[in-house]
Write a protein that binds this ligand. Sequence first.
Ligand SMILES: NC(=O)c1ccc[n+]([C@@H]2O[C@H](COP(=O)([O-])OP(=O)(O)OC[C@H]3O[C@@H](n4cnc5c(N)ncnc54)[C@H](O)[C@@H]3O)[C@@H](O)[C@H]2O)c1
Length: 250
Amino acid sequence: MKLTGKTAIVTGGGGGIGRATALRFAKEGAKVVVADIDSVNGEETVKYIRELGGSSFFVETDVTNPEQIKELIEVTVSKYDGLHIMFNNAGIGNSEVRSVDLSVEEWDRVIDINLKGVFLGIKYAVPELIKSGGGSIINTSSLLGLKGQKFVSAYNASKAGVVLLTQNASLEYGKYNIRINAIAPGVIDTKIIDNWKQNERKWPIISRANALGRIGTPDEVANAVLFLASDEASFITGTTLSVDGGGLTF
Ligand SMILES: NC(=O)c1ccc[n+]([C@@H]2O[C@H](COP(=O)([O-])OP(=O)(O)OC[C@H]3O[C@@H](n4cnc5c(N)ncnc54)[C@H](O)[C@@H]3O)[C@@H](O)[C@H]2O)c1
């Protein structure tokens, strides 16, 4: 097992990529704290982990709220005696409209969750990772953090921000043996793409727009996150790993 003795937090752990990763971490021996704004789905992830024989609990958390992230880290450290892995994964999409038609409220909400949420995760996890003698932070960016697409201005900007925030933090905290990387998933089969699936004209194109000609699964992303979290990635920091079936090069 690759994560024996480690404690991990997964934000957005009630949803597709977060849940798959929480389960993957638990199967590799980690104690997993599931954080999500959605308590029903978050508790369900915990239930699945416990059914596997893993150790886990849920903390209702809005990643835009500094006090709640602080508390999430505090309760994790007090119950599990330390923190080693932080997966800053919670995120939302944005309505597909031109920038001029995007409301300022929606812009703020997308940037708050997708970018400020990652900043807060780094801000409050790093001091505990230093106490643990090092660790790994993985931030969820997107294929759309690496290339522009029409009608998703806030999402594009938030996810591009995650790439450089990851580089910045990796430079600041490498000397404490903390590795900080991002993943950039392509189209992955989760709730977030439900409205794309309803679009009969676009979906056949979107769902095949990569070298492999198919969408990815949450488990395929979880495998990449596990690699970055584990000691197998011991000399990898500051990078953004595409998990997109070749979507970036398509
Ligand atoms: N599915 C894709 O195609 C895809 C592609 C690239 C990047 N991503 C990114 O992957 C991450 C996970 O998304 P997913 O695809 O699993 O979708 P999902 O909707 O299944 O999961 C997202 C989870 O985040 C939670 N969440 C939303 N706002 C929150 C908040 N303020 N605080 C705490 N939790 C909150 C939701 O309740 C949900 O459980 C997101 O950052 C998303 O942008 C997804």
